[in-house]
Design a protein around this ligand. Structure first.
Ligand code: PEP
Ligand code: MG
Length: 883
């Protein structure tokens, strides 16, 4: 068969290696079946069909219809039931399954195959009329929502009314007759809204559901999820059609989800939730609060309802054995869905479980220590970008907390922000630069953009595997879920806990690691960098070739960078040192001066300040290389912008407002990014670079004298396009060095090099290397100038460019390897040809981006330089690139 792959009943047409074709769910169902686990029989329609479906204008080819008929025949043979048979009906589930899991993003239909006749057959076979009619009403409800896309509110309302009329509060109080009546109502609602009766032909039902699953791949929420997670639109989804098993056939039936290790902390303990007498969706949807899987977890949480280990000891033991088998087989922590139908265990899904960064680290290190995986695999397992979650502050344990309530610790980390009650408001507030906490009764896939915009998420309902929990963990957002004492009034925009009220805009703090919710902001502390983090980093350092430096210009940043393992400073942007309010006056004086003497007078004031800056940095980085870049930005950036500022600056600088305005006017540039900046400043006003160089060498000598350990300054000239520019600037720096060395009677080692951040510089790197002793690729400007896209204005249209696939990712975030990358490798090659062994690094934002770091490894750069918090990410990414 071409598009249909069967599994179960001793058959497995596919296996775990077929994720691209069968999606994760389909591939793993086939794999589980092939290793003898109890998997209900079924078949997978491949992702290739999804692609063809869209190519063919959303049509199913006859070929597929024939193959699906064979697939159904396979399920019928194994289950000894028949699809649409009024006596012995086969029911199936129809689920989506892409290559990577997209939790809650796509559609599922359960109990398909029920109609007015088969429901009777099901009732007879199961010996349970209530169950059969409950299943039928669930099916109509789901089908109406997912496939027919009718207003699901009307169905929920009808159920609420039915319960109210009977004086019930719980679904479980409804009798067979009550469900039967509701089915009639539901069918009427379908006919009213859809204009046609509910489809009674089971094959029509099936094709409707298959179409809906393919259709869900192009739903808005799936598109948003793909954009946020860099999932290409052309992957498509597979469709899994599988015999139903029922967790809702009484008290010996159950359904649950589990992880083979704790996905939040990483501990080696089974972790999960289950519900007796329930269908799978009930657990994930967070409608009923589920029970614990293990006795230990129940006791730790001080919860009452029996755990699965206690309530169903035999099935639990069987399940635990399956957990171990799956973990050994897949050599990774698994996320599992299972159902118990009348004391018989069925496996419905397994996949590598999503986990927090903390858990990823712990599991990788533990598994390597257990011998389940190698250290190299452990390194490869941890997503460098996810380390971000670990490197940020957590709540200060000693800070005062005004605890409002406690929920489940669904996703770790701490966050404070203003309360908002809907996703759109979260997005708006975040766009305006505000930190917000999104508060919802429970989240649904429609909230995803708001969850992304929020600093933290708080829900009143839902367990540890609810949508909110799973999505928040994936995004690295702190989340407290299932805070049951919370009552939310969306209309009045407030929440209540007992007699306390919190209104929209009030500040809340969440601790996603403990589940605590606090009123007001709470102080935070720096993260713990010992333990598993240190171990993995040590392993990474053993395998990486690339050195990792930091972009830093304050002693504090340098200290942070060193703690995170930086091996030097790759970019100290000296202009950032001048923005300081105390200094800007001298800088402005320098800019306003009309001649060299005036500039020198102002520079003389700045010299001691610069020297002190460099001294402080060299002290922290003693023994390590520090690349100091001489002044780069356009001068007018230092000038006042507002009317009021003009008067102030004029007084401080000792000129009148008119003169100041005239000078500001002269300095105004239409495209300052390509104007009078970089070495063009040094070429026109050499004294600026001279004084900066002097400050560097004086500081270096001071530190060498004091600590006995000389720093290794690497003086870097920005925005060079030609050999001659660098030659002129190097002469200025060398002259300053000679002067300082002569005055002090001492010398330090130093290098003078350049940034390669213009296409001409990349092309002429061979010539430039005759003068330059090192290159550092300034890929921010190199991207800007190669693409002809302004760094400052790109955000307005780049999103659309990425959406349309013109660039795979934002080229200012992840290096455009094809274009800009070619210039980088060409420059590296030409530079090395002139000066073998020339030191090569990268200091643009890309130096902290794992994909770009992988590219730097292939070009053989010596180091990458990233902002301090990204240093560990870069260390790990560099190790992965070297594997
Ligand atoms: C660059 O252009 O890549 C660079 C690091 O310099 P800046 O961002 O300061 O222009
Ligand atoms: Mg630059």
């Amino acid at each position: 068969m071409t598009y249909v792959y069967r599994f179960g009943g001793g058959v497995s047409d596919g296996g775990k290696g077929d994720k691209n074709l069968l999606g994760g769910k389909g591939a793993n169902l086939a794999e589980m079946a092939s290793i003898g686990l109890p998997v209900p029989p079924g078949f997978t329609i491949s992702t290739a069909m999804c692609t063809r479906y869209y190519e063919d204008g959303e049509q199913f080819p006859q070929e597929l219809r024939d193959e699906v008929a064979d697939g159904i025949a396979h399920i019928e043979a194994v289950t000894e039931k028949r699809f649409g048979d009024p006596e012995n009906p086969l029911l199936v589930s129809v689920r989506s399954g892409a290559r990577v899991s997209m939790p809650g993003m796509m559609d599922t239909v359960l109990n398909l195959g029920l109609n007015d006749e088969t429901v009777e057959g099901l009732a007879k076979k199961a010996g349970d009329e209530r169950f059969a009619w409950d299943s039928y009403r669930r099916f109509i409800q789901m089908y109406a929502d997912v496939v027919l896309e009718l207003d699901h509110g009307a169905f929920e309302e009808a159920l609420e009314i039915a319960k109210e009329d009977n004086g019930f509060t719980l679904d479980t109080e409804m009798s067979a007759e009550d469900w039967k009546t509701l089915v009639t109502t539901y069918k009427r609602l379908v006919e009213e809204q859809w204009g046609k009766p509910f489809p009674q032909d089971v094959h029509d039902q099936l094709w409707g559901a298959v179409g809906a699953v393919f259709g869900s791949w192009q739903s808005e929420r799936a598109k948003v999820y793909r954009r946020l997670n860099d999932i290409p639109a052309d992957w498509g989804t597979a469709v899994n059609v599988q015999a139903m098993v029922f967790g809702n056939m009484g008290d010996t039936s159950a359904t649950g989800v589990a992880f083979t290790r704790d996905p939040s902390k990483g501990d080696r303990a089974y972790y999960g939730e289950f519900l007796i007498n329930a269908q799978g969706e009930d657990v994930v949807a967070g409608i009923r609060t589920p029970q614990y899987l293990t006795k230990a977890a129940r006791e730790e949480a001080n919860a009452k309802p029996a755990s699965m280990e206690e309530a169903m000891p035999e099935v639990y033991a069987e399940l635990a054995a399956v957990f171990d088998q799956l973990e050994t087989h897949y050599r990774d922590m698994q996320d599992i869905e299972f159902t118990v139908e009348q004391a018989k265990l069925w496996m419905l899904q397994t996949r590598s479980g999503k986990r927090t960064a903390k858990a990823a680290l712990k599991i990788a290190v533990d598994m390597a220590n257990e011998g389940l995986i190698t250290r190299e695999e452990a390194i490869a397992r941890v997503d460098p970008a996810a380390l971000d979650q670990l490197l940020h502050p957590t709540l200060d344990p000693d800070a005062k907390r005004d605890v409002l309530t406690k929920g489940l610790p669904a996703s770790p980390g701490a966050a404070s922000g203003k309360v908002v009650f809907d996703a759109d408001a979260a997005e708006r507030a975040a766009a305006a630069g505000e930190a917000v906490i999104l508060v919802r009764v429970e989240t649904s896939p429609e909230d995803i953009h708001g969850m992304h915009a929020a600093k933290g998420i708080l829900t009143a309902r839902g367990g540890m595997t609810s949508h909110a929990a799973v999505v928040a963990r994936g995004m690295g957002r702190p989340c407290v879920s299932g805070a049951g004492s919370l009552s939310i009034d969306n209309k009045a925009k407030l929440l209540r806990v007992g007699s306390r009220e919190v209104r929209e805009g009030d500040i809340l703090t969440l601790d996603g690691s403990t589940g605590e919710v606090m009123v007001g902001a709470v102080a935070t502390v720096q993260p713990e960098l010992a333990g598993d983090f240190a171990t993995l980093m040590e392993w990474a350092d053993q395998v990486r070739r690339l050195k990792v430096r930091a972009n830093a210009e304050t002693p504090l940043d340098c200290r942070t960078a060193r703690e995170f393992g930086a091996e030097g400073v790759g970019l100290c942007r000296t202009e950032h040192m001048f923005f300081d309010s105390a200094r800007i006056t001298a800088v402005r004086q320098m800019i306003l001066a009309s001649d060299e003497a005036g500039r020198r007078a102002a520079l003389a004031k700045l010299l001691p300040e610069q020297r002190a800056d460099f001294t402080a940095i060299f002290e922290v980085m003693a023994g390590l290389p520090v690349t100091v870049r001489l002044l780069d930005p356009p001068l007018h950036e230092f000038l006042p912008q507002q009317e009021a500022e003009f008067a102030e600056v004029a007084t401080a600088a000792g000129v009148d407002v008119d003169t100041l305005k005239r000078r500001a006017n002269e300095l105004h540039e239409f495209n300052p990014m390509l104007g009078h900046r970089g070495c063009r400043l040094g070429v026109t006003y050499p004294e600026i670079y001279e004084i900066q160089a002097r400050a560097i060498f004086e500081a270096a000598l001071d530190v060498a004298e004091k600590s006995g350990e000389a720093p290794i300054p690497e003086v870097m000239i920005p925005l060079v396009a030609t050999r001659r520019e660098l030659e002129l600037m190097k002469a200025v720096v060398d002259k300053a060095a000679q002067a300082v060395f002569a005055e002090r009677g001492k010398t330090v080692e130093y290098l003078v090099g350049t940034m390669i951040e213009l296409p001409r510089a990349a092309l002429k790197a061979g010539e430039i290397a005759e003068v330059g002793e090192f290159f550092s690729f300034g890929t921010n400007d190199l991207t800007q100038t190669t693409l002809g896209v302004s760094r400052d204005d790109a955000a307005r249209f780049l999103g659309v460019y990425v959406e349309k696939g013109i660039y795979a990712k934002d080229p200012f975030v992840s290096l455009d390897v094809d274009g800009v990358g070619e210039l980088v490798s060409l420059a590296a090659e030409r530079g090395r040809a002139t000066r073998p062994g020339i030191k090569l690094g990268i200091c643009g934002e890309h130096g902290g981006d794992p994909a770009s770091i992988a590219f730097c490894e292939t070009v053989g750069l010596d180091y990458v330089s990233a902002s301090p918090y990204r240093v560990p990410i870069a260390r790990l990414a560099a190790a992965q690139a070297a594997l």
